[in-house]
Design a protein around this ligand. Structure first.
Ligand code: NOJ
Length: 481
């Protein structure tokens, strides 16, 4: 094993059937926010009402204008010869009111055109049903903390399977539920910006999980036999390394992973199901001490525990960076951070990106993949996002080094550690609207000129390296810098 270790990246080629893709999300690229019958989403409302909460006071009313320029996007994907394209559906483009009382034909047409054009170019669509842009009318009902959204989401999922499932074989129900839940915890970071830490976020995640399970079993019972696709859920996590090699720091890092990833993964991917025990115990304990009559972490019925268990055909992971953990007081009271009781930091020597949270720590990828394999019985796994931010320069050496070094850790996880990884998705195909960071942090393999109404796309150096990786199934050697 030690012989193989240092040369793994030059030695190994990705398996023949390994899938390479690129990813985007509707709100971040489409624009056309109120065009041809699209309804308002919580991100439309958030950016329009609170421009000062966005770093450059911008919004995604036009963004990369992919609603009109999707063929240019597909040209870029074709140039790189990706196997699949992960994009998301704007719920409010199809159901402007959130419910099925109004179906917007134009929205269905748009995604049909996109899917058909992809298939024409031999690119598989991977469709995320929900990437954060809830129809505003559903937020008026309380949004994700309201359990009614389980039914609304199931209706939305049914419509998607019916209209697109003949051609879509990879489904992701929800993107990064932990971040969706954060929209009900602190006001300035994510729409809808409801401030109810330690309560709203737990309630939102509770609904999200059940909505996912409903969509999964709906597919299983009504669509799988004739459509034969895969349904998963994208979960996100940093790797969490103990700050020091002490028992306390090891325990803290494990606890942090359970609060971050286990929160949504444990109910689906373990045999026992339900939330991780450490979460149930700590939130119950804190809630009692804070004077609550019950735990702020909601309880699943036995039926829901059963429904959630095994409700994914593959594990979809978004991963970018690593954190260091030591036990201690974090967050206000109440809050999920306080419940976790872990103080997080990053090593100042780790290379930076344009995003304060994103430090380049390739070995964290391999450790996280191993942790997931061990914790959840080595599930079939697709990395649905991994990427690097900069200022948008065309000669993007930082991004090239990032993808090369992270992919080489993926190779080690496949060949040395025997993790069952079947695909990798670069975030992102295009420069786009990076939520509250606006257009100040760019993740694209393709540059978009946001100053021009025609939003021209230009290939960055990284897109050429990515194309070479896809063509050769190997990581080219040598440092770019
Ligand atoms: C995760 C999210 O899914 C995506 O929307 C975001 O742009 C990237 N990470 C980068 O922050």
């Amino acid at each position: 094993m030690s012989v193989v270790k240092g040369v793994a990246d030059s030695f190994f080629a990705f398996p023949k059937d390994f899938l390479f893709g690129a990813s985007t999300a509707s709100y971040q690229i489409e624009g056309a926010w109120n065009v041809n019958g699209k309804g308002e989403s919580i991100w439309d409302r958030f950016t329009h009402t609170h421009p000062s909460w966005i770093k450059d006071s911008e919004n995604a009313d036009v963004a990369a204008d992919s609603y009109h320029l999707y063929k240019d996007d597909i040209q870029a994907l074709t140039d790189m010869k990706v196997d699949f394209y992960r994009f998301s559906i704007a719920w409010s483009r199809i159901l402007p009111k959130g419910d099925t009382s109004l179906i917007n034909k134009d929205g269905i047409n748009y995604y049909n055109n996109l899917i058909n054009e992809l298939l024409k170019h031999k690119i598989q669509p991977m469709v995320t049903m929900y990437h954060w842009d809830l129809p505003q009318p559903l937020q008026e009902l309380g949004g994700w903390p309201n359990p009614l959204l389980v039914d609304y989401f199931e209706d939305f999922a049914r419509l998607l399977y019916k209209n697109f499932g003949d051609r879509v074989k990879w489904w992701v129900t929800l993107n990064e539920g932990a971040e969706v839940a954060a929209g009900y915890s602190s006001p300035r970071h994510y729409a809808p910006g409801v401030e109810a830490p330690g309560v709203g976020d737990y309630l939102a995640a509770h609904t999200l999980l059940r909505a996912h399970a409903r969509a999964y079993w709906l597919y299983d019972s009504h669509f799988r036999r004739c459509q034969g696709g895969n349904v998963g859920i994208t979960l996100n996590s940093a790797w969490v390394e103990p700050l020091a090699d002490t028992e306390e720091d090891h325990t803290a890092s494990e606890r942090a992973l359970q609060f971050m990833l286990g929160w949504l993964a444990h109910p689906i991917f373990t045999e026992e199901g339900d939330y991780p025990l450490v979460m149930k115990e700590r939130v119950a304990h804190n809630s009692k001490a804070e004077g609550y009559s019950h735990s702020r972490l909601p309880t699943f019925t036995a039926d829901w525990i059963t429904a959630l268990r095994g409700s994914a055909d593959y594990f979809a992971l978004n991963h970018y960076s690593t954190l260091l953990a030591t036990p201690g007081d974090a967050g206000g009271v109440p809050s999920k951070d306080h419940d976790a009781g872990v103080v997080m930091s990053q090593d100042p020597s780790w290379p930076a990106s344009a995003s304060s949270w994103l430090k380049v720590v390739p070995w964290g990828m391999r450790k996280l993949l191993n942790w997931i394999a061990k914790e959840y019985g080595n599930p079939k796994l697709i990395i649905t996002e991994n990427g690097f931010s900069d200022q948008g320069q065309l000669d993007d050496v930082g991004r090239i080094n990032y993808h090369k070094s992270y992919l080489s850790e993926v190779l080690k996880a496949i060949y040395i550690d025997k993790c069952n990884i079947i695909g990798y998705t670069a975030w992102s195909l295009l420069d786009n609207f990076e939520w509250t960071r606006g257009y100040t942090e760019k993740f694209g393999l393709y540059h978009v000129d946001f100053s021009k109404p025609s939003r021209p796309r230009t290939a960055k150096s990284s897109s050429k390296v990515y194309a070479e990786i896809i063509r050769t199934r190997k990581i080219p050697q040598g440092d770019e810098q």
